[in-house]
Ligand binder design. Structure first.
Ligand code: HXC
Length: 283
C-alpha cells in the first residue's frame, strides 16, 4: 500500500497500545513508529512483548514494552506511570487488547464470560481511566481509539461475551466523546471485519471451510489488510482529525451491511444474469 501520510504525522507522540505484542496491535505499533511516534506496548506475555519491541524498533529508543493484564486496574495504573516516567506524557491510547472464542452460550461458565468481558470492556475502561485522568490533570488533551467490531450493534450468535463487551466499549466511546470534549480529549472507535491474525484465526476460524464461508460473506471478496486498519487508526489518533469524536468507523469491505438488505443476495448471482432478469422484468 502507498504511504498516504507524512512521515511526521505522529512525530514524537507517545502512543500506548494494549495487546500491542501481536496481531493488529503489533501492526499498529509498527506503523505508528514509522509515522514518528514513540510507542508503548503491553500484553500478558513478557517474552512476546520483548520480541515485538525488537520488531518495532531494533534500537529500542522509541519503544517501551511492559507486561500488564488490562483486567487489573492496579497493573494498568502502574504501567501508565512507568511509561510516563520513561517516555513522558501519554498523548494517545489504543484499546486493542481483546479475548474471544466461539462457544454456545448455554455452555459458558460465569468465569468464561468474565474472562472475555473483563478483558474487552473492563480492560478498555481501565486503560482509558488511567490515561484520561492524566490528560485531564495536565490539560494536554489527547486521543483515544478503541477497537470495537461490527457485531457490537448487530450482536452475534456464539460470541455473546465478546458482543456484550464490545457493545459496552462503543457506549463508553460515545459517552466519553461528549463528557471529555471539554478537556480536548477525542474518543473514537474502529469496527473491523475479519483481518487475519494468528489470535483471531485460532479463536474464530476453526476450519478452512469456515474461513472460506467468512470470505464469501464480504462483498469486497477478501479479508482486510493490516495497513488498511493501521492507516485509519493513525488518522483518527492524529491532528488530521481534530473535529472527529464519538465516531465509530467501520472497515469491513461491506460485510455487515451485506448481511442485511433484502436483495443483497443477488450480488452473489453472476451480474449479467441479474441484469438479464431485471431487463425482462421491466415493463
Ligand atoms: C468455552 C472457555 C473457552 C472456550 C476459555 N474458556 N476458553 N469456555 N469455550 N473456547 C473458559 C475456561 O474454561 C474458564 O472457565 C474461563 O474461560 C477462563 O479461562 P482461562 O483459560 O483461565 O482464561 P484466560 O487465559 O484468562 O482467558 C481466556 C481468553 C484468552 C480471554 C479467551 O484465551 C484470550 O485472551 N484469548 C485471546 C484470543 C484472541 O486473541 N482473540 C482475538 C480476538 S479477535 P472455567 O469456568 O472453566 O474456569 C476478536 C475480533 C472479533 O475478538 C471480530 C471478528 C470479525
Amino acid at each position: 500500500m502507498p504511504e498516504v501520510f507524512s512521515e511526521h504525522l505522529l512525530r514524537d507522540r507517545v502512543v500506548l497500545i494494549t495487546g500491542g505484542g501481536s496481531g493488529l496491535g503489533l501492526s499498529m505499533a509498527k506503523r505508528f513508529a514509522r509515522l514518528g511516534a514513540r510507542v508503548a506496548i503491553t500484553g500478558r506475555k513478557p517474552e512476546r512483548l520483548e520480541a515485538a519491541a525488537g520488531e518495532i524498533d531494533p534500537t529500542g529508543a522509541r519503544v517501551f514494552a511492559r507486561a500488564a493484564d488490562v483486567r487489573e486496574f492496579d497493573q494498568v495504573e502502574a504501567l501508565v506511570a512507568a511509561i510516563e516516567a520513561e517516555m513522558g506524557p501519554v498523548d494517545a491510547l489504543v484499546n486493542n487488547a481483546a479475548g474471544n472464542f466461539l462457544a454456545p452460550t448455554e455452555d459458558l461458565s460465569p468465569r468464561a464470560f468474565d474472562a472475555v468481558v473483563r478483558t474487552v470492556l473492563h480492560g478498555s475502561f481501565h486503560a482509558t481511566l488511567a490515561v484520561g485522568r492524566r490528560m485531564i490533570e495536565r490539560g494536554s488533551g489527547g486521543s483515544i481509539v478503541s477497537i470495537a467490531t461490527t457485531y457490537a450493534w448487530t450482536g452475534s450468535a456464539f460470541v455473546v461475551p465478546s458482543a456484550a463487551g464490545k457493545a459496552g466499549v462503543l457506549a463508553m466511546t460515545r459517552s466519553l466523546a461528549v463528557e471529555w470534549a471539554t478537556y480536548g480529549i477525542r474518543v473514537n472507535a474502529i469496527a473491523p471485519g475479519p483481518f487475519p491474525t494468528e489470535g483471531a484465526w485460532q479463536a474464530l476460524m476453526p476450519t478452512p471451510e469456515v474461513e472460506a464461508q467468512a470470505k464469501e460473506r464480504i462483498p469486497a471478496g477478501r479479508f482486510g489488510e493490516h495497513d488498511e486498519l493501521t492507516s485509519l487508526a493513525a488518522f483518527l489518533l492524529s491532528d488530521a482529525a481534530p473535529f472527529i469524536t464519538g465516531e465509530c468507523v467501520t472497515i469491513d469491505g461491506g460485510e455487515w451491511l451485506g448481511s442485511g438488505g433484502e436483495f443483497n443476495h443477488l450480488t452473489r448471482v453472476p451480474r449479467e444474469q441479474v441484469k438479464s432478469v431485471m431487463r425482462k422484468m421491466r415493463r
